[in-house]
Design a protein around this ligand. Structure first.
Ligand SMILES: Cc1cc2nc3c(=O)[nH]c(=O)nc-3n(C[C@H](O)[C@H](O)[C@H](O)COP(=O)(O)OP(=O)(O)OC[C@H]3O[C@@H](n4cnc5c(N)ncnc54)[C@H](O)[C@@H]3O)c2cc1C
Length: 407
């Protein structure tokens, strides 16, 4: 891959840059929180997405009829690189645009795509992902929520948990068990549903950071039309895998305080009567995180290069999260230590850089779990990238209702 812009790419980059400079705020190393329980932040996020949509920047690589402009993968990368330099809300649409959109694009009917994809791209309707359950997270195929067919409808009962954004989502994608008599991966089906359907109860979970971004979701006799099934009955696992591979890409490198925020902080904090930035240990740590950030950037480019060749995102996209999530936690922890006693302050009004490191430290542990834990991602890389022997899976071919958890 040639990292230098061609003249056309340079022209496109300038176009992105010009628009962003007129319409967005520069990042000053202290980005605002992504806590969307905060109604103002939710409003800001929707307004930003709509502004991008109206100007044709929302989902560059999507086809025109679904709200994109059919841009090339390179143009998509250039836009993402330029947008990342500005302090703009991002996380709220990650699940919809990064996971639900691609799965709808692949499995929904033409009419459904035309109805749902543009409003998703515009930020008018928000989507969530209803996969995890109290006893099925890493082993999501072990889920117990079930759907039973009744005429042209399915009736869903059960519980999901950790559903990000369910409290403000309009629609969701869900995987449920439709046949308990076959092995766990074979008895699942996949649907999308209206989150305002009768029988859905959403209960936000309060997090250690003070935010409440995810939820428990209860289903009691929720009726979903068969026309909202994505993929064949019993092939929900295959559809879920498309979503999960896109999930690794979508949340590969979360928005976070990086070496640049640490450099800024190190200029303001004193150690032994001089700015911390002059301290060799601090400089060496900043250099380490700079190297990791560059490694992540180029690894992501490798994934995007294979996307540009029309390939599906592969298991190697897991590497981004294996590195970036612990990096977020370590960097935040180091920056808090550097502040001495002030490091325990978590009040954006008074803490250094609006408490960006404190908030990041509180949420980083969650990133190491969301979208596949560190251990699960290592298993994926070991088995599917390095070709090492598989984890032992004794329950793989046993009918679900014969497993202790399935009875
Ligand atoms: C911030 C956040 C947002 C989330 N958002 C969503 C969402 O929007 N939608 C959704 O459906 N889910 C969501 N989740 C749930 C997330 O996908 C699960 O928490 C995750 O898959 C882990 O499942 P679990 O919590 O049940 O842990 P478990 O699967 O019970 O794991 C417990 C521990 O055992 C380890 N472990 C499990 N299996 C293995 C194995 N085979 N080999 C080695 N170690 C293993 C794990 O690594 C972990 O340390 C979110 C989670 C978080 C933290």
């Amino acid at each position: 891959m040639d990292f230098n812009d061609t003249p056309e790419e340079a022209k496109f980059r300038k176009k992105c840059r010009d628009w962003l400079e007129k319409n967005a705020n520069y990042k000053d190393g202290s980005s605002k929180s992504e806590d969307f329980a905060n109604k103002d932040r939710l409003k800001d996020a929707k307004a930003w997405q709509k502004k991008k949509y109206d100007a044709g920047w929302a989902m560059l690589h999507w086809p025109k009829e679904y709200g994109g402009i059919g841009a090339s993968s390179m143009e998509r990368i250039i836009w993402a690189n330029e947008e990342a330099k500005f302090d703009v809300p991002k996380g709220i649409f990650e699940i919809g645009l990064g996971m639900c959109g691609p799965v709808m694009m692949e499995y929904a009917s033409e009419e459904q795509k035309e109805r749902f994809l543009p409003s998703m791209a515009e930020g008018k309707e928000i989507w969530c992902q209803l996969f995890s359950e109290p006893s099925a997270g890493s082993d999501v195929a072990g889920l117990r929520s079930k759907a039973v067919q009744n005429g042209d409808k399915w009736i869903i009962n059960g519980q999901k948990v950790w559903t990000s954004g369910a409290h403000f989502s309009d629609f969701g994608i869900i995987v449920v068990r439709t046949d308990p008599n076959v092995a766990k991966h074979k008895g699942l089906s996949f649907f999308f549903l209206d989150m305002k359907s009768e029988g859905i109860e959403v209960k936000p979970i309060r997090q250690i950071s003070g935010g409440a971004n995810f939820n428990e979701v209860f289903f009691t006799d929720v009726r979903v039309p068969d026309s909202q099934r994505l993929g064949e009955v019993g092939e929900g696992w295959k559809v879920a895998l498309t979503t999960l591979m896109n999930e690794r890409l979508a949340i590969g490198v979360p928005k976070s305080a990086d070496y640049s925020s640490l450099t800024k902080a190190a200029k303001e904090i004193d150690i032994n009567d001089e700015p911390a930035i002059k301290n060799d240990l601090v400089r060496s740590k900043i250099a380490d995180w700079y190297i990791q950030a560059e490694g992540l950037k180029y690894t992501k480019m490798r994934t995007l290069t294979s996307l540009s060749k029309g390939e599906t995102p592969g298991p190697e996209s897991s590497i981004g999260k294996i590195v970036s999530a612990p990096k977020m936690q370590d960097l935040a922890s180091f920056a808090m230590d550097l502040q001495g006693a002030a490091g325990i302050m978590n009040d954006a009004e008074i803490a250094l850089l609006h408490s960006i490191f404190q908030s990041q430290w509180l949420s980083a542990a969650g990133y190491r779990i969301a979208g596949g834990t560190d251990e699960i991602l290592r298993n994926i890389v070991a088995e599917r990238v390095l070709g090492l022997p598989q984890d032992v899976r004794v329950d793989k071919s046993v009918p679900f209702n014969e497993l202790p958890s399935g009875r």
